[in-house]
Design a protein around this ligand. Structure first.
Ligand SMILES: *Cc1c(COP(=O)(O)O)cnc(C)c1O
Length: 305
């Protein structure tokens, strides 16, 4: 099972060469980014643990990756969601379907009578964990200290590659959800004395939300990656013509990306490169997530042809 040491390719975009860290080539069950974030659980033993508990969107890559992790470890998975849309229940492919096939127990809180207005996180902390002293709880999208272990390995790979490639100035770009990957990468570069820095953009909830996520991960502002603001607000999971067009442009360059984060990421990167004065080398992290295309691509084709 490939869980680290991915190659670096490059492609031409925006009239320049951009390096691509191919984390999409990590084991498909952990969909790139989540392989890094869950590496700690894969590398360690947890005697006594029998259950993994998480929450988030029923369409999330993290649901699928947690189901794969649980299966591999011989644990059960309880994954709490706010609500499961009828459209998601009727899907035949994608993260939700594959997670259920892996045995995930997806719990729809809108059907629980003792919810009493609680968020998923509150419900887990106040209700579920009381009876589950042995369970391992992973916050949304793997936003926790555990993630630092695997993300530091990714950072080391980038530092080593930059040394070999003789790149003195390098910026790492990746689109963010919770910002966990971006923050722990930037933290590693700073703490190890490297001058590589991380640029990111907010694909969920806007710049303020992403900043808030950073504050929950570290109290030190110096570690926070630079957030590239988007030309307009994109709602996570919604379809936009310019996102589809951007995805098609990159696809023509020969590397397939996913459709939730990457189109927004490349739009932000284009905006950044237009405004940047220096010509620093850029490495874009391909964080996988291609399983989600099974439901996203048909939606895009229906809408924009
Ligand atoms: C989970 C995920 C992200 C977001 O990662 P964060 O660490 O939450 O910012 C980005 N891209 C893909 C493909 C993902 O699966």
């Amino acid at each position: 099972m490939k869980l680290s040491n991915t190659p670096v390719d490059s492609l031409m975009m925006f009239d320049r060469q951009i390096f691509i860290k191919r984390d999409d080539l990590l084991h498909p069950e952990f969909s790139g980014n989540k392989a890094r974030k869950f590496a700690y659980f894969l590398a360690h033993d947890f005697p006594g643990a029998k259950k993994l508990i998480g929450y988030g969107s029923p369409q999330a890559n993290s649901l699928y990756s947690m189901s794969a992790l649980a299966k591999l470890k011989g644990w059960t998975l309880d994954f709490y969601v706010d609500h499961i849309a009828a459209q998601v229940k009727s899907q035949t492919e994608g993260n939700y379907v594959e997670a259920c096939a892996n045995g995930a127990n997806v719990i729809d809180l809108s059907e629980r009578h003792d919810r009493e207005g609680r968020s998923c996180e509150e419900y887990i902390k106040e209700k579920a964990l009381i009876d589950e002293t042995q369970a391992l709880f992973v916050p949304e999208g793997g936003r926790c200290e555990y993630a630092e272990f695997g993300v530091a390995q990714l950072a080391r790979e980038i530092v080593d590659w930059a040394v070999q490639a003789n790149l003195e100035q390098l910026k790492v770009f990746l689109p963010s959800g919770t910002g966990t990957t971006a923050l722990f990468l930037n933290k590693y570069f700073i703490e190890s004395g490297s001058n590589i820095r991380v640029l990111t953009c907010a694909c969920v909830g806007g710049d303020e939300y992403l900043n808030l996520q950073f504050t929950q991960l570290s109290q030190f502002k110096t570690f926070y990656p630079e957030i590239i603001s988007l030309p307009k607000k994109y709602h996570f999971g919604k379809l936009y013509r310019e996102c589809y067009e951007m995805w098609q442009r990159i696809d023509k360059q020969g590397i397939r990306f996913e459709l939730l984060y990457d189109p927004v990421g490349w739009i932000a990167l284009e905006a950044y490169l237009k405004s940047a004065s220096e010509q620093t080398s850029i490495i874009y992290i391909h964080q996988g997530g291609l399983l989600g295309n099974a439901s996203m691509l048909p939606r895009y084709k229906r809408k924009f042809g």
